[in-house]
Each structure stands twice: as C-alpha cells, then as structure tokens.
Ligand binder design. Sequence first.
Ligand code: GRF
Length: 190
Amino acid sequence: MSRKRVCVLISGRGSNLQALLDAEQDAYEIVLVVSNVPGAGGLARARAAGVEALTLDHKPFGKDREAFERELNALLRARHVELIALAGFMRVLTPYFVNAWAGRLINIHPSLLPKFPGTKTHERALAAGESEHGCSVHLVTEEVDAGEILGQARMPISADDTPDSLAARVLTLEHELYPRCLAEYARHLR
Ligand code: GRF
C-alpha cells in the first residue's frame, strides 16, 4: 500500500504538525506544509524534518478568499497531495475549497464536538459547568466544526481547572489523537 500524500496547513506554532511528523509511518507521508502566516513556528519544524514548507500569506488577497484558495489549490495539485490536515490553521475555508477537497480535508478541534464549535472552547467548557472535555478530529464541511467526527479523546475537568490548564491537557490529548486518526483515515482512503 502506498502512503497517502498529505499537506498540513498551519498558522502558528505547529505542535500538532510536530506530532503528525513524529508519527509518520506506513499510512501517510507529509509532503508539504503551508502556513498563511509568515514566520509561523511550524514552518521551521517542517524544514527540520526535511519537508517542503511554504508561506502563502492571505493578506495580499484582501477580502478575496477564493483567490487565496485557488493559489493554495494550485500548490496542492502540483504536488499531487491526496489528503489535507488542518493543524491550527486559522482561516475559515470557503465552500469552493471545502467542496474541491470533500472527504480529503480533516481538522482537529479542541472540544468534544458537537459541543463548543468555534473559538474559546476551554473557557466555554468551564463556564458551562462541563464535567469532561477533550478534542475531536473531524472531516471539514461547509459548516464550521460540523463535519463527521473521526475520533475523540476525553478527560475529566476538575474543580481547580482553568482555561490554561485545560488547554495544556487537551493539547497533550490532541498530539496522540490526531496522528492516530489521520493514519486510520489515510489507510482507508482510495
Ligand atoms: C490546537 O489546539 C488545535 O486544536 C487548534 O489550534 C491549536 C493548534 O496548536 N485547531 P498547534 O499549532 O498545533 O500547536
């Protein structure tokens, strides 16, 4: 079985990218990392692993999200990418891009979806008095954080937890969950 060619899209430090790089085995190969933010920490992680790392700054495209995505799409197609993993990629993608990559675009989100889509998930989980929290890997569809859930990892919330303590513990779970789900999904993708 050939390894699926994966692109990871990032905007920041790239700790999930690192986990995906470290876990590469027979199911997938990261062939490209693209950041929409110049200087994102994850770019250096990719280069250190010998992976091509590019910046595609969204700012010059202004409000034209699709123009940015057409450029991104061209980079991906040129490298025969088969599967895209979003890892802290902080741009909402338009229906044009999401539909072009339907079933081949996955994301990790720091909550137990369908609870707390969107931002500030740790604050919201505490404010809601949840007894547990965690992270979800899901397919990306037009509606934000609403696609099919591929896997989840959960943990209890304790009385002295803060948004920061939750963020740290959830991130540890993410680093274990994401590579496992990506590999599993890649293995079954035609
Ligand atoms: C993670 O919490 C992920 O769930 C969210 O953005 C964060 C990215 O962190 N989508 P990192 O850049 O992978 O360290």
